[in-house]
Write a protein that binds this ligand. Structure first.
Ligand code: BTN
Length: 323
């Protein structure tokens, strides 16, 4: 990855660079430059090669910069972040943190990557993660409670994502229980929670957020659900470092608040953003599908569904609207 990352830094401005110029900077020959640029496709980066002009990216890249991200996490919130790694490429930022928990990873550790080659989504799905295009963020947190009370962490994280999006000037999106951020029915961001711990606690939780910022054309066909990115909602270039910083800041503040007060401080905001409240839905659970009307959430974040005249409580499942 090292040489490919160096090449991407050289090409990040979106201007043409000749093979000779790139070869000199990288200490390799022109045919090696050609091979290296071809290999960028595997990272989901679109590169044009034009005879007589050289190589250029389809779009300039706004590469992640650790200091710029941390500059957004100001004041006492900074103390909640015990470490931040910014990686060029990794299989999954969630896995990166999960694997380090047993080696003593301090709670409050965060990781952002330019690219994930095995990004994980909910329910065993892949999360398409092309290089330099979106935000892939994970944060680890330790809770001293039992896992039953942790059901709300993902909902608190959803509110944290919403706060970050509002901070970026994005409106018109909503939350679909339990963990989807949708804009006009299309997925803008997803949240994946993974946990480790003894049944009596403490629990280490890794919260992973994938936010679509500017999906490159070559990655679009691989996504198996309706989606949208910030660039299409807001237009114009987006500052990924600011977006990543705002996500990190709101997420650690949200996790700290959840540790102290549970879901209570998030419920009113969640309810304002709730896309399925009062709607007829089908909930697919491990035991099959249930049809009902959404009555809202209880104080632990469970979904309340009105089914055949009775209100039932669900802690997991996949909601789809019934038309
Ligand atoms: C979903 O399916 O809605 C959840 C998607 C979560 C994707 C993020 S990207 C950062 C973190 N690392 C992963 O492998 N997955 C999460």
């Amino acid at each position: 990855m090292h040489q490919r990352y160096r090449l991407l830094r050289l090409l990040a401005d979106g201007c043409f660079h000749s093979g000779e110029e790139l070869g000199t900077a990288l200490g390799i020959g022109r045919s090696a430059v050609w091979k290296l640029t071809r290999s960028l496709e595997g990272l989901g980066v679109d590169v044009f090669a034009v005879a007589g002009k050289g190589y250029r990216l389809a779009h300039p890249l706004d590469l992640l910069d650790r200091e710029r991200i941390l500059s957004v996490v100001d004041g006492s919130t900074r103390e909640l972040v015990s470490g931040l790694e910014v990686l060029p490429s990794i299989d999954s930022t969630n896995r990166f943190l999960m694997e380090r928990i047993d080696d003593g990873l301090p709670p409050g550790s965060a990781c952002l990557a330019e690219h994930q080659h095995s990004g994980r989504g909910r329910r065993g799905r892949a999360w398409i993660s092309p290089f330099g295009a979106n935000v892939y963020l994970s944060v680890s947190w330790r809770f001293d409670t039992s896992p039953d009370t942790l059901g709300g962490v993902g909902l608190a994280a959803g509110v944290a994502v919403a706060r970050a999006l509002h901070g970026c000037g994005i409106a018109g999106f909503g939350l679909k229980w339990p963990n989807d951020v949708l804009w006009e029915g299309r997925k803008l961001a997803g949240i994946l929670l993974e946990m480790k711990g003894e049944s009596t606690g403490p629990y280490d939780v890794v919260v992973g957020i994938g936010l679509n910022v500017r999906m490159p054309p070559s990655a679009r066909a691989s996504i198996d659900q309706p989606w949208v990115d910030i660039a299409s909602i807001a237009g114009g270039p987006q500052d990924r470092n600011r977006i990543g910083g705002l996500l990190l800041k709101n997420l650690v503040e949200g996790l700290a608040d959840f540790s102290r007060h549970g879901l209570e401080p998030f419920l009113a905001e969640w309810s304002r953003l709730d896309l399925v409240q009062g709607r007829a839905v089908s909930l697919s659970t491990g035991l099959g599908a249930v049809n009902g009307t959404v009555m809202g959430l209880d104080r632990f974040g469970a979904l309340l569904l009105r089914v055949d005249g009775e209100t039932r409580r669900y802690v997991s499942g996949e909601v789809s609207l019934r038309l």
